[in-house]
Ligand binder design. Structure first.
Ligand code: M6R
Length: 587
């Protein structure tokens, strides 16, 4: 969470570049922002509460500098105020820091450097004062090293020392990437922020520090020794990170599912077969992820049972510690993550590695920490996902899990055929008439404060996912239930006109869920059915194609659209829901 951007190089509009970079990183946090530059040996700093994309930036007009840095914040320590926004600076206004992560021992460091020096309530400010403390007696790089040796917790930082012609970057536990252009460098929390300037990157790994000036030098923080870094070429296109003709990223990304599912199943056969073998051989296979990725894992549990006749254990990554004692060297942990940076997932991976177990990751962001630190990693190739609500990543993750399930059953090509047909069905479904129909459904329920969603078997996790989507984008209270559980309690919530969405695939449990839907209707619920077949019990019906066992993929698409339109019709920006951030790098 939080976005960092730094620039140093031949261009003299570094502040503009940083501002544009921060706008691209806003999905990581958007409650306040700030930038800093060295203006002829004096600190220039501007911080504001609110979104940078909505700020009046005329103050920066005509300012010429070749080195600058900035930050867009998702508050952890200290409220959303101008003074708590980053960058933070030392008492002498010489050391300036932007930070993503959490410094756990900040109280202790505050005592050490002197509480009277502090003006904010953040944990980050201690980094600036601590570096300044050591800088009194040491060169800049040594002062940064001395300071970070004292820090406990997670950080990605960029540091400027006013009067010195270079930036220092360091990381432990939070992402930071160096973009390498011709005669210029970019430091950012995520690649799309600088993709229009360069596709060449160097990844900072944990416990690495980079001095970035006319050239770049890497140092291992623990040993103090220099490190050789590899230049990696990223084959994403800059345009794919723009909204294009769409009003919001969320709608654009929903529409991209016309192609992204196909890209997800375009995996190397040998690699999929190797992974299928590793799963078959494992004794104790665990699926884990958070939020939407967690719901994908839970669906994977059903896919593996139905397609591969194989039991796997699902747990949300935040709840995974309860399983740590089951991990053994023969276990396999399968983690799913769009960003590849989710802190709870990284913790689950650490636990598995400590027990000698292997980790398979299914990720979207190439080169992310999760991708780079797992034993096997599959890319879903969905392209940049910018809206906070995960959409195209989810259907691609579902497709990859289903493909692996088919490979375990010994029918990889059949799995690919089923999924290719599903991708084509999604393509047909996403037509203007379908969008208008879903928008009308949203219009008919937008003034309600509660909505309930039911599903069964492989579509039960989709009911839970529908609730997440509606909650985060429209702020409507939404809850998902296993259809058969209604009569054990939740049905008491239903009164006349309560919107209830019933996901009914053409599978062997459909009659059960039709009966459960009737029970809702008998209590006055307004029933919105999603499925290939129209049942009398539906008041409104969102028709989806019949794709057999792949039904969660086609059911999820109208759910995403419904959430999107509910958000827009209720007056919210679906790309940046309140209180959330795209990448959750804190526990
Ligand atoms: O990047 P990840 O897939 O690991 O993120 C996991 C969750 O934070 C994410 O899916 C979140 O729930 C989304 N905002 C849901 O739309």
């Amino acid at each position: 969470m939080c976005g960092i951007f730094g620039y140093i190089g031949k261009r003299d509009n570094a502040l503009d570049l940083v501002i544009e970079g921060l706008k691209k990183l806003e999905y990581r946090g958007y409650d306040s922002w700030g930038v800093a530059a060295d203006m002829n040996g004096k600190l220039f700093i501007e911080k504001q509460v609110g979104k940078i994309s909505e700020a009046d930036l005329s103050i920066f007009m005509g300012k010429k500098v070749q080195m600058a840095m900035g930050h867009t914040r998702w508050a952890t320590h200290g409220g959303v105020t101008q003074v708590n926004a980053h960058p933070h600076f030392s008492w002498d206004k010489k050391i300036v820091v932007v930070h993503n992560g959490i410094i756990e021992n900040y109280e202790e460091i505050k005592e050490f450097v002197g509480k009277e020096k502090f003006i904010s309530q953040t944990d980050t400010e201690v980094i600036a004062h601590l570096i300044a403390f050591y800088r009194q007696t040491m060169p800049f790089k040594e002062a940064v090293l001395a300071a970070i040796h004292k820090l406990k917790g997670r950080y990605a930082i960029v540091v400027m020392n006013v009067g010195e012609p270079y930036l220092i970057a360091a990381r432990r536990g939070s992402p930071l990437i160096l973009g390498v252009g011709k005669g210029e460098y970019f430091l950012a929390s995520d690649i799309p922020a600088f993709l229009e300037y360069t596709q060449n990157v160097m990844y900072l790994d944990d416990n690495e520090l980079a001095v970035v000036g006319q050239d770049v030098e890497f140092t291992n923080i623990e040993t103090g020794k220099p490190i050789e870094k590899r230049l990696v070429n990223i084959d994403w296109k800059a345009e794919s990170a723009d909204k294009g003709e769409f009003e919001h990223f969320m709608l654009k990304e929903i529409m991209e599912q016309k192609d992204s599912i196909l890209r997800a199943i375009n995996q190397d056969d040998d690699e999929i077969l190797e992974i299928a073998e590793a799963i078959k051989k494992s004794r104790g296979c665990f699926f884990s992820g958070c939020g939407t990725a967690g719901k994908v894992c839970m669906t994977g549990e059903y896919f593996f049972s139905m397609i591969a006749n194989r039991h796997v254990n699902f747990a949300s990554a935040s709840e995974f510690p309860i399983y740590h004692h089951f991990l053994r060297p023969e276990s396999l942990l399968v983690v799913v993550s769009q960003s590849g940076e989710t802190a709870d997932v990284l913790e689950a991976m650490d636990a598995a590695k400590k027990k000698g177990a292997k980790v398979l990751s299914i990720v979207n962001v190439a080169g992310s920490t999760i991708a780079r630190t797992s034993d096997y990693s599959l890319k879903i190739n969905a392209g940049p996902e910018k809206a906070v609500a995960s959409t195209k990543a989810a259907t691609s993750q579902l497709a990859v899990l289903m493909l692996i399930a088919y490979a375990i059953r010994g029918e990889l090509q059949e799995g690919r055929r089923v999924l290719a047909e599903t991708a084509s069905a999604v393509n047909d479904m996403l037509n203007p008439r379908f969008l208008t129909y879903v928008k009308d459904v949203a219009e008919s329920i937008k003034s309600h404060e509660n909505a309930y969603i039911i599903g069964k078997a492989e579509n039960y996790p989709m009911a839970l996912e529908a609730a997440i989507k509606i909650q985060e984008v429209s702020y409507m209270h939404a809850e998902g239930f296993a259809a058969g559980e209604l009569k054990h309690g939740p049905i008491a919530l239903i009164s006349k006109g309560t919107p209830c969405i019933s996901i009914i695939a053409n599978d062997e449990v459909k009659q059960d869920i039709v009966s459960n839907t009737m029970e809702l209707k008998a209590r006055g619920a307004l029933i919105i059915g999603i499925g290939p077949e129209r049942f009398k019990v539906f008041d409104q019906w969102i028709k989806v194609p019949d794709v057999g066992v792949a039904s969660p993929l086609v059911n999820l698409v109208p759910i995403q659209l419904l959430a999107y339109y509910l958000g827009v019709l209720r007056g919210h920006n679906p790309d940046m829901p309140r209180n959330l951030a795209k990448s959750v790098t804190v526990k």
